[in-house]
Unconditional design. Structure first.
Length: 263
């Protein structure tokens, strides 16, 4: 596969979407990750002075990059690990947070998204749409049946906002009982009464909102990540159930199960 994987919509001509073609391009993604996760969010990342967020999974993943075509800077990225690559990596990244028996039992091919981040100056619908356009090209071009990954909710306010969001997710967006995973470190209960939770604003983070808009479901209670000070919600998308609006937008088809690349 060539590095360029997705055509750029004329409405988003400011962005290009590609797979990292070499180590230097991967390092650009790792540098963005460090800037977002460590410098902005305060995550505890041992970078050895490199200014890069990297781990043992990076060498087994493909790295999807969104660039601002006016500067060539990487402004968003995610990494992709499929079932075959995960076997070489010793498992999926999220297996460190969740018991994934359900994922291993799914019929068909699966693809994990991880370490997704967007530059603070580019957290808008156009950037997220460009990122998902690239993901959609891979899903349809290579025949994946399921997409999964974690969407994080920050706990910088003590967790009230996260628990309010989780209440909404439990009521509206949960997967079937047979499609649940178990967090190894569950998020502690909030020391907030029900009335206060109901009054708390529940504006979803962009990645979580995108997952839900696509038709993904939450697969149980979140994992508490104290290093990143966030709650990780495990999301699963059955490609056959992709929201028809997004299927038309990204895949240029009215049939969510279609395996065509956008022209």
């Amino acid at each position: 596969m060539s590095a360029q994987i997705a055509p750029v919509d004329a409405r988003r001509e400011r962005f290009s979407v590609s797979l990292a073609a070499n180590a230097a391009a991967v390092a650009e993604s790792q540098r963005l990750r460090y800037r977002v996760f460590a410098e902005e969010m305060g995550a505890q990342i041992d970078d050895g002075g490199s200014g890069l967020d990297r781990d043992r999974y990076d060498d087994h993943c493909r790295h999807l990059l969104v660039r601002d075509t006016t500067t060539d800077a990487v402004v968003a990225s995610t990494r992709l690990l499929d079932d075959h690559q995960a076997a070489d990596a010793g498992g999926f990244y999220s297996s460190g947070e969740f018991e994934l028996g359900m994922i291993h039992a799914l019929p068909g091919r699966v693809l994990e998204l991880g370490r997704t981040c967007v530059d603070a100056d580019y957290r808008n619908g156009a950037t997220i749409a460009a990122l998902w356009q690239g993901v959609a090209a891979l899903i349809t071009g290579e025949g994946y049946d399921y997409l999964f990954g974690c969407a994080s909710i920050g706990l910088d306010d003590g967790g009230a906002r996260a628990h309010a969001m989780l209440t909404t997710i439990r009521e509206r967006h949960m997967a079937s009982p047979h499609q649940r995973v178990r967090p190894y470190r569950p998020l502690p209960r909030a020391d907030v009464d029900a009335e206060s939770l109901a009054a708390t604003s529940v504006r979803m983070p962009p990645l979580l909102k995108a997952y839900l808009s696509l038709g993904a479901r939450a697969c149980g209670e979140p994992y508490w990540d104290p290093d990143f000070q966030c709650a990780d919600v495990f999301m699963l998308l059955d490609v056959r159930e992709l929201n028809p609006r997004y299927a038309r937008h990204f895949l240029k088809t009215d049939k969510p199960g279609s395996r065509r690349l956008a022209a």
